[in-house]
Design a protein around this ligand. Structure first.
Ligand SMILES: *[C@@H]1O[C@H](CO)[C@@H](O)[C@H](O)[C@H]1NC(C)=O
Ligand SMILES: *[C@@H]1O[C@H](CO)[C@@H](O)[C@H](O)[C@H]1NC(C)=O
Ligand SMILES: *[C@@H]1O[C@H](CO)[C@@H](O)[C@H](O)[C@H]1NC(C)=O
Ligand SMILES: *[C@@H]1O[C@H](CO)[C@@H](O)[C@H](O)[C@H]1NC(C)=O
Ligand SMILES: *[C@@H]1O[C@H](CO)[C@@H](O)[C@H](O)[C@H]1NC(C)=O
Ligand SMILES: *[C@@H]1O[C@H](CO)[C@@H](O)[C@H](O)[C@H]1NC(C)=O
Ligand SMILES: *[C@@H]1O[C@H](CO)[C@@H](O)[C@H](O)[C@H]1NC(C)=O
Ligand SMILES: *[C@@H]1O[C@H](CO)[C@@H](O)[C@H](O)[C@H]1NC(C)=O
Length: 549
């Protein structure tokens, strides 16, 4: 370098190039963070076009086996070119500029890609506009690389299907055990993020659909407060419970995607109740001191639910060990912060009935808003009939039990019968659930193994974040799903821990999750039986520049 400086302008420029090239990280994509890729892009180590090509190659390496992707966005390369050009001209749209992300198939896009919830009923349908979360991603510079597989109809069709199956995409599985159940319904988003097929993905959750697949695929998932992120343009189950959230390999990456997609939207009036935030709250919340002085409760009575299971002991042991990490990081653990209505939650029919009434209302509203509706399906009755008669829908082997029950109940969410059911749920999840436990013990959060964390929070719309915690040990007996085609429990299959808080407490939850993640880094201790190997490399021609050093 001193050498170069003494050689005038030409050598000086050459040195600059060399210094930039030296700063390139070329992170392994299975591990890459948003920040790492963003910095490399800013340093011209490679371009967004290179990233799109590399991720596409990785997708093709694993898609025939694990099937995490339903479609690659044919416009992605062109979008990458535009974003590369903007960057070259010194302009960046935001922290996701030129960064490839994936979205769950049910999140609507007004482009060449399908929005069908995996079904043939909506195959070929067209929407007028991108979903608000998609426009927001694009406003922040993200490249929507493709659409991920899911459990068909967000797992709200059959009582006896398999997680991660769709009529037109087939069966998705996870990378930690052959034919691993990827859980659902945001199955492909979780598998794709785990394998480094994009930096992050969006999922949707009504009851566990972000949290469960995140946990079993060894990633971080944030289920935001209902109303923090707009549901406009997303195929719905329930206006009272649906929420869109980020799935990523690190808490900080999930936080930066949440930053991009959160916010008020006049087209989803639930978002109008959200705090009017300014600044990078969620990314700034990622601090090692995030657990300092926090009061965290353990609802022991909910833990009883897995205590008796043969594989429950491994989860509980890892969970107890995690409480020591929390204490050492400055948190106070409060035992017996019980969820008083937990037994009622597990048996109350109102929990499902609210979803049936909501789905009947919401799906018909969605269908009425389509630009193209190729099968002319306008009602739940017509949707059910179509699904039962198209042989590709695998009926009756996979039934339509959820829709049968919704039609049999015969109410919408404006029927007089609805209000008492909904109020009952609010009492169970509120005073009898999360909100009661938080306020009785003056807590910042509750923690539970993720497999238990989704239920109470689903009925009251409160946020949850899951972080990797461990995996089943050697010798764990294999347990198949009820459908008989996927392995739900076996050695090496991951599980997670969840931080659950009050409405709009994402900032605090992210701080705690980050502080825990950074102290444990469990994600990196696990290995997969299959991984893609294509990586971003030095830009062609830049080797010459490097030789000067
Ligand atoms: C992921 O990154 C960490 C460092 O942050 C490193 O120790 C680890 O080996 C990496 N894993 C892979 C698979 O590259
Ligand atoms: C991935 O595989 C599924 C199932 O075979 C297929 O439907 C889909 O088109 C494939 N995706 C890509 C991007 O090749
Ligand atoms: C909220 O939006 C829904 C659907 O767009 C509409 O049916 C409802 O009347 C709205 N509620 C309020 C209070 O604006
Ligand atoms: C949000 O707050 C800003 C000031 O901080 C204000 O200008 C803006 O109108 C508010 N937006 C909404 C939707 O309330
Ligand atoms: C909380 O639940 C645990 C486990 O079921 C039970 O042993 C304990 O007595 C309960 N505590 C309170 C205060 O209800
Ligand atoms: C049911 O679906 C089939 C095939 O899609 C159609 O031919 C038939 O008219 C439908 N029946 C009703 C009652 O909608
Ligand atoms: C699913 O349920 C339907 C209707 O009860 C039944 O016909 C079918 O055999 C079931 N499928 C499986 C795999 O159990
Ligand atoms: C996975 O999904 C099923 C629903 O198909 C659920 O019952 C189960 O508890 C989930 N498993 C885990 C580990 O979250």
């Amino acid at each position: 370098m001193t050498f170069c400086k003494s050689f005038g302008l030409v050598w000086f420029l050459h040195t600059c190039v060399t210094v930039y090239a030296r700063k390139c990280v070329y992170p392994p994509l299975i591990n890459a963070t948003r920040e790492g890729l963003f910095d490399d892009l800013m340093n011209s180590c490679y371009s967004s076009v290179d990233l799109v090509n590399t991720y596409t190659a990785r997708i093709h390496e694993v898609n025939s086996t694990l099937r995490p992707l339903l479609e690659i966005n044919l416009d992605a390369l062109r979008e990458a070119e535009v974003l590369d050009e903007e960057r070259k001209n010194g302009y960046t749209r935001g922290g996701l500029h030129g960064i490839p992300v994936l979205i769950k198939e049910s999140i609507g896009t007004a482009d060449q890609m399908q929005t069908t919830a995996g079904s043939y009923a909506l195959y070929g349908s067209k929407v007028f506009h991108d979903a608000t979360v998609v426009s927001k991603l694009r406003d922040h510079g993200a490249i929507v690389l493709g659409k991920t597989s899911m459990s068909e109809w967000m797992n709200f069709r059959s009582s006896n299907s398999s997680n991660g199956w769709t009529a037109w995409g087939g069966q998705t599985s996870g990378a930690y055990f052959p034919m691993q159940d990827p859980n659902g319904s945001s199955s492909g988003s979780a598998v794709a993020v785990d394998l480094g097929l994009a930096v992050a993905a969006l999922g949707t959750e009504t009851v566990g659909s972000i949290l469960f697949p995140s946990e079993v695929n060894n990633i971080v998932g944030i289920k935001p407060t209902v109303g923090l992120t707009s549901r406009y343009g997303v195929i719905p189950i329930s206006e009272h419970q649906d929420t869109i959230g980020p799935m990523a390999r690190t808490v900080k990456d999930a936080a930066s995607v949440l930053e991009a997609i959160a916010g008020r939207d006049p087209r989803d009036n639930y978002t109008l109740a959200s705090p009017n935030r300014t600044g990078p709250l969620y990314v700034n919340a990622c601090r090692l001191e995030g657990l300092q002085g926090k009061r965290i409760g353990i609802p022991r009575n909910a833990l009883d639910t897995i205590g008796g299971l043969p594989h429950g002991a491994a989860v509980l042991a890892a969970f107890e060990a995690a409480t020591h990490v929390l204490t050492e990081a400055g948190a106070t653990i409060i035992q017996d912060a019980n969820l008083t209505a937990w037994p009622e939650l597990l048996t109350s029919s109102s929990v499902k009935q609210v979803l049936y009434a909501d789905f009947t209302t919401s799906i018909e509203r969605y269908l009425s808003g389509l630009k193209t509706n190729p099968n002319q399906i306008h009602t739940l009755q017509e949707l059910r009939n179509y699904t039962q008669t198209d042989p590709r829908e695998d009926y009756p082997r996979r039934d339509t039990a959820e829709w049968d029950a919704a039609l049999a109940l015969g109410i919408t969410n404006t029927s007089p019968e609805f209000w008492p059911l909904y109020q009952k749920n609010l009492r169970i999840g509120g005073e009898g659930g999360i909100l009661g436990a938080l306020s009785r013990h003056n807590l910042d959060a509750l923690i539970l193994p993720t497999s238990l964390a989704a239920y109470m929070s689903s009925v009251v719309g409160t946020p949850v974040i899951t972080v990797p915690l461990g995996a089943y040990p050697k010798g764990t007996s294999v347990i198949y799903n009820d459908f008989g085609n996927l392995v739900q429990v076996a050695e090496n299959i991951p599980f997670g821990i969840s931080f659950m808080g009050a409405h709009w407490s994402e900032e605090t939850l992210i701080g705690m999750a980050y502080a825990f993640e950074q102290r444990t880094l469990f994600r990196e201790t696990l290995t997969r039986y299959i991984e893609p190997h294509t990586e971003v490399t030095r830009r062609q021609g830049d080797e010459a520049a490097d030789k000067g050093t």
